[in-house]
Write a protein that binds this ligand. Structure first.
Ligand code: ADP
Ligand code: MG
Length: 688
């Protein structure tokens, strides 16, 4: 029996009534097997002896005490018991709130095991929050390491400890191994059942640590096995016929541009061309900071695929961005004879029917849009290349759905939010990564200023000066409209207010509740330069590209996350003009908010900012990764355990290389496990 095969409902265990049952389901624990895979976060040490004086108010006291007397005091109008205890080092007082019954249970002279925090207050050592047992209950065992589990709902540690204990005793005999014995020998891992017992109820800290490393390795090994097997499957996909790219029009496009591509753009295009020429589908991520020119690279790749006879699709996370991409693609590629279309959820009726027909017949070469691109009714004649812009905004399932619109679709992901290598490997399997590090020539570092709320006037004056030079500005707010709950400036009111501040200027308002057509025409007005100031929410966060806009004012900047701030700031500095960002912050700054603003002041490199972000927020928050369910590890942590991950990966690759079908005696157990109780869902991991 594999652990995952212990399918008995968890409410068969003693102590799990309807409430706890519900709370457990909310944690994803429905079966006994799942309960046993709910690993402790840490352990409480009831084992190391520590007297009141040794603990000295900083650590937990854990020792045998004798009850030496009693008294009472008034608390909230009720008589409340105090017990005096003595542990050989000092005398202490137990404040028995809600526990007057202890008085009868523990006459003077009783001995108890006690665990709790004592504070020195009013001339005595006192403790209100304590756990204890009579020594007579287990006279020879001093204390244990007690597991501390993640909780939820009605659950408490005692309920889980008891349920796990019972499950271990009654359900686990005959538990099967989940790693090949060659690996278990190599790392001297214990057998799985001992490890499982030790991880929940360790006899000592060494045993706890050892069993934890075993499960961490095992979890990462299985993850890598899933990823590795998928990669094998993908690699065995060979295109029928030629991948057929054709670069003959590329130089015409380059000639039409008012600038030269950067060295890194050239390099990435060559990497893409090489991918497209091999027999297996491309799976490549382009990482490049905001403004590094990823879109153009994607357009050129699309051009080459289309000239090779297939279609291309580009998916962006917002309509605003998708529309903008469609417009620049039309400008650049239509003169070369390509047919470009835009598709979003708002493309409806006759227009949509017509477009879908054109896509299916192959009359549209390049379609650009939102997640509507993979709607069920959308069919392609021959989708060759799928580009996913701002990929971290999409979940794995969405990216996959697009890829499934064609056969052997080449995939190109783009992001300005780099993800750590270990995570990329895990979330995407066999992913190739290209970086664009060189920025287009002539770009200047954006001057960033922090301004406290109340000093906006100075900023506004500066903006007037820039507008007078013919530049344009963004003003960004955390809210669309006024909120009763939070006292923050909002886009709608500020739109009215800024009209007074900048008389004679043209302003436009843009946020997610503005109808699509309106949004489009307002955005166009700003792009054309008819509008001087765009007042917005974070809808302009991704992708928006208006090179003549040189000022970004973000009010209540403390309300935005680091990656949003970086993306917003990246809306300016998109030409050789000097650009400015003003981060105006409110008076109620949290430490985190302060830290974020400081990081923004000191850094312009998106990679550095992403790393700082990771440190501040922890890996569980990485967008796209958490969304996809990847962070639901039972015990491993991709950042903390990245060395183990690399080890597991190389062990998996060695096994798959020697025995791709997992047919050897020692590997068969893995194949069996994946059939009977797969540790990871395969669909979560597949990307193409
Ligand atoms: P991102 O990588 O943030 O998606 P974009 O693709 O939006 O960046 O490009 C930012 C701006 O830089 C666009 O206006 C684009 O036309 C311009 N651009 C792209 N490549 C170059 C280059 N090699 N030289 C100068 N400008 C460029
Ligand atoms: Mg972009």
């Amino acid at each position: 029996m594999f652990l995952g095969e212990l399918q008995q409902p968890v409410n068969r265990l003693k102590g799990i009534g309807p409430n706890h049952h519900k709370s457990l389901s909310a944690l994803g624990i429905l079966t006994v097997g799942q309960l046993l895979s709910h690993f402790p976060l840490r352990y409480e040490d009831h084992q190391t002896k520590r007297t009141i004086l040794q603990a000295a108010g900083t650590e937990a006291v854990n020792t045998v005490m004798t009850v030496v007397g009693r008294d009472s005091f008034y608390w909230k109008g009720k008589q409340t018991l105090k017990l005096f205890v003595e542990d050989g080092s000092a005398r202490g007082t137990l404040l028995c709130y809600h526990r007057n019954f202890l008085g009868n249970k523990y006459p003077d002279g009783s001995q108890i095991f006690l665990h709790g925090h004592f504070q020195y207050k009013f001339g005595e050592w006192s403790c209100a929050d304590f756990e204890f047992e009579p020594v007579s209950a287990r006279p020879d065992v001093f204390g244990k390491l007690l597991p501390v589990y993640p909780l939820g709902g009605s659950l408490n540690q005692n309920v889980l400890r008891k349920a796990v204990d019972q499950a271990l005793r009654e359900y686990t005999p005959g538990l099967k191994e989940e790693l090949p014995s060659s690996l278990r020998d190599r790392f001297s891992f214990p057998d799985r059942l001992s490890a499982l017992k030790a991880v929940h109820i360790p006899r000592n800290p060494g045993e706890a640590a050892e069993s934890r490393s075993y499960f961490i390795y095992e979890e990462l090994f299985h993850l890598q096995l899933a990823v590795g097997r998928n990669a094998l499957k993908e690699r065995s996909v060979i295109r029928s016929g030629s991948s057929g790219i054709n670069r003959e029009l590329e130089s015409a496009l380059r000639d039409a541009l008012p600038f030269k591509l950067t060295e890194d753009q050239d390099k990435v295009l060559d990497e893409i061309a090489a991918d497209l020429e091999t027999g297996r589908p491309m799976n490549r991520l382009i990482q490049g900071d905001v403004g590094s020119g990823k879109t153009l690279v994607a357009f050129i790749a699309a051009l080459n695929v289309i000239r090779g006879g297939r279609q291309a699709a580009l998916m962006a996370p917002t309509e605003l961005l998708a529309r903008q991409h469609a417009e620049s693609a039309a400008r650049l590629l239509e003169p070369l004879g390509l047919s470009i279309a835009y598709l979003s959820g708002n493309t409806q009726g006759e227009g949509r029917r017509h477009l879908l027909k054109q896509l299916k017949s192959g009359n549209v070469d390049f379609v650009i849009g939102t997640h509507a691109l993979f709607s069920e009714d959308v069919e392609y004649r021959d989708l060759g290349l799928a580009v996913i812009d701002e990929q971290h905004r999409f979940g794995v399932a969405q990216r996959q759905a697009l890829a499934e619109k064609g056969k052997c679709v080449d995939l190109l992901y783009m992001t300005a939010t780099p993800i750590p290598r270990t995570m990329a490997m895990t979330a995407f399997g066999d992913l190739d990564v290209s970086s664009i590090k060189t920025m287009p020539a002539g770009r200047k570092v954006i001057e960033t200023h922090l301004t406290r709320e109340g000093n906006e006037e100075k900023v506004y004056n500066f903006v007037t000066g820039e507008l007078n030079k013919g530049r344009q500005a963004y003003f960004v707010y955390p809210l669309i409209e006024q909120s009763e709950k939070i006292d923050l400036k909002d886009a709608e009111n500020m739109y009215a207010h800024l009209q007074k501040v900048f008389p004679g200027r043209t302003l436009a308002l843009i946020h997610s509740r503005i109808p699509d057509d309106e949004k489009k025409s307002r955005m166009e007005g700003f792009s054309r330069g008819d509008t001087d100031i765009l007042v917005a929410t974070s809808v302009v966060e991704v992708g928006v590209d208006v090179p003549n806009a040189t000022i970004m004012v973000i009010e209540h900047a403390e309300r935005f996350g680091l990656s949003a701030l970086h993306q917003l700031r990246g809306r300016v500095g998109r030409s050789d003009l000097q650009s400015y960002a003003f981060l105006i912050y409110g008076s109620k700054l949290t430490d985190d908010g302060k830290q974020r603003l400081k990081i923004m002041m000191e850094n312009s490199d998106g990679f550095v900012i992403a790393e700082e972000d990771l440190k501040l927020r922890g890996p569980g928050e990485i967008a796209g990764v958490r969304q996809s369910g990847y962070m639901k590890f039972r015990i491993a942590d991709m950042i903390r355990d990245s060395d183990v991950l690399m080890q597991a990966r190389s062990d998996v690759l060695a096994i798959l290389e020697a025995d791709p079908g997992l047919e050897q005696e020692d590997h068969r157990i893995l194949d069996e496990l994946w059939r009977a109780a797969p540790p990871f869902s395969e669909t979560l991991i597949r990307t193409g």
